[in-house]
Design a protein around this ligand. Structure first.
Ligand code: BES
Ligand code: MN
Ligand code: MN
Length: 462
């Protein structure tokens, strides 16, 4: 691979400025108020793909937000890399917790990012990481070094469950045919400890509603005499974990794959500083399932967490009232072999069964997906490992991640190909949180590393 560092030095400012322009667009898929911005962002991604060297780039309509598809096919005998990413972002709220406005990107230095980081919603998840692939393509095309075929599929509904992508993939198997899927939408351990994500957790996301009296009632006149849905919901939620912080839903752990002591010992070798971890979050102690380490709890173990809870009076001052309804949004992170639809069913029947008389319960499933693990003896993994070794000077550590990209398991099922997760973000980049950012160094390192993946993957495919 010639001149990648020269090319980077020469074009670095433009690469940053292009990303900054993309980050100014509030492509929030969850909130219809931003729908025009989401559509405009798709258009911008399409143009970026054409500029970078895709011979075709198209906007493919779906029942929701469009999928941007692009390709450059140089020789049908050569392997094909399919790049997946997403141009939608999470809502920026709560806005008041941002140090600078979420759609006015600024570069600031931090302890983790002494060379500066770009602060904006989507900087790391996933615009910055997706755009590394666009710029890596530009480098390979402009310097005549693209070694194989490439296809891009960039969606706009990842943060809301990828329902329409599922349909699109099932209907376009031939078009999407590939030898390996390449995604940068995860993280790595640290800038001097590169890692490749070898697993993702599955997800079941549900909303629950508890209804008591048919209207909000006076908490003096009726208090103590009728079931208060908020009290009841709090009790029901509390009962979902036992004293060892295990989930109490019957059958929840039935299919969970238990790792061998050897595998766990291997995992424990990854560098991790518990004191640093606690300090970064300002917590005195970590908390979780008994018998497992922090890194196990957030990767190989399933979880249940309330993501939001509301009901009753939350305005200024005091209003004495018992609400008619209480609500919560609950996510369950799942591990391979746990089927998300089966777990959702288990949740529904358990939650309904623990509701006392005097309230009614409604559970609405939102979205979900299967977990994923990828072996490390494939040429895809080996190519990724060699690519990191070339640009980081050391082999990456295989590491299972705690987040979910539900579409990955589906790619394997529908397209019959493996996914390589080359993430360049850090856990401290605050994805989904206020002040999300992405290191400038990480962005450029990603652009530098990706072309080597193409080169080694093509070589190893022979
Ligand atoms: N990029 C993340 C997933 C991720 C981040 C995986 C870091 C591993 C490490 C993705 O955009 C995401 O946020 N996924 C959602 C699931 C989706 C169905 C809303 C998640 O994990 O909550
Ligand atoms: Mn993402
Ligand atoms: Mn996300």
């Amino acid at each position: 691979m010639n001149h990648i560092s020269d090319y980077l030095t020469q074009h670095k400012d433009r690469f940053l400025n292009e990303l900054i322009e993309l980050l100014k667009m509030p492509s929030v898929s969850a909130d219809p108020a931003f729908s025009q911005d989401v559509l405009d962002t798709a258009e911008k991604v399409k143009i970026a793909l054409l500029d970078a060297g895709c011979t075709t780039a198209e906007i493919h309509e779906t029942a929701g937000y469009p999928i941007v598809y692009g390709e450059r096919i140089i020789d049908s005998d050569l392997p094909t890399v399919l790049v997946y990413g997403h141009y939608d972002v999470q809502p920026a709220d709560p806005l008041e917790l941002w140090d600078s406005p979420p759609y006015e990107p600024v570069i600031k230095k931090t302890a983790e990012h002494p060379e500066g980081a770009i602060y904006a919603r989507g900087a790391c998840d996933d615009k910055g990481q997706m755009y590394m692939h666009v710029k890596a393509l530009e480098f390979m095309v402009k310097t005549d070094q693209l070694p194989c075929n490439v296809k891009f599929m960039i969606e706009g509904e990842e943060e809301v469950g990828s329902d329409n992508l599922e349909i699109y993939v099932a209907n376009n198997k031939e078009k999407l045919k590939n030898d390996i899927i390449l995604i940068s939408d995860t993280g790595m351990i640290a800038n001097d400890v590169p890692s490749v994500t070898t697993g993702l957790r599955g997800l079941s996301y549900v909303e629950v509603q508890v209804t008591g009296p048919n209207r909000d009632v006076h908490s003096g006149l009726y208090g103590g005499a009728v079931a208060n849905p908020i009290n009841i919901l709090a009790k029901m939620i509390a009962s979902l974990h036992d004293e060892n912080n295990r989930v109490t839903i019957p059958g929840f752990y039935d299919k969970v794959e238990e790792l061998s002591q050897d595998e766990r010992a291997e995992m424990a070798k990854a560098p991790f500083d518990l004191e640093e971890y606690k300090k970064a979050l300002d917590i005195e102690a970590v908390y979780g399932e008994k018998g497992y380490s922090t890194n196990e709890r957030n990767s190989i173990r399933p979880t249940l967490d309330v993501n939001g809870i509301w009901g009753g009076y939350i305005g200024e001052g005091a209003k004495t009232v018992i609400a008619s309804k209480a609500y919560a949004k609950i996510s369950m992170r799942l591990v391979p072999n746990q089927d998300w639809k089966a777990i959702t069913e288990l949740f529904i029947s358990h939650f309904e069964s623990i509701a006392p008389k005097g309230v009614t319960v409604k559970v609405t499933p939102h979205h979900g997906g299967q977990g994923y693990v990828t072996p490390i003896n494939t040429i895809g993994y080996k190519a990724a490992s060699k690519a990191y070794e070339t640009t980081f000077g050391k082999k990456p550590i295989p590491q299972r991640g705690g987040g979910s990209i539900p579409i990955v398991a589906l790619f394997e099922k529908e397209l019959e190909s493996k996914t390589i997760l080359m993430g360049f973000g850090l856990d401290s980049d605050a994805i989904h949180s206020p002040n999300e950012h992405f290191g400038v160094w990480n962005y450029l390192k990603g652009i530098e590393t990706i072309p080597y993946f193409y080169q080694y993957f093509t070589e190893l495919s022979n």
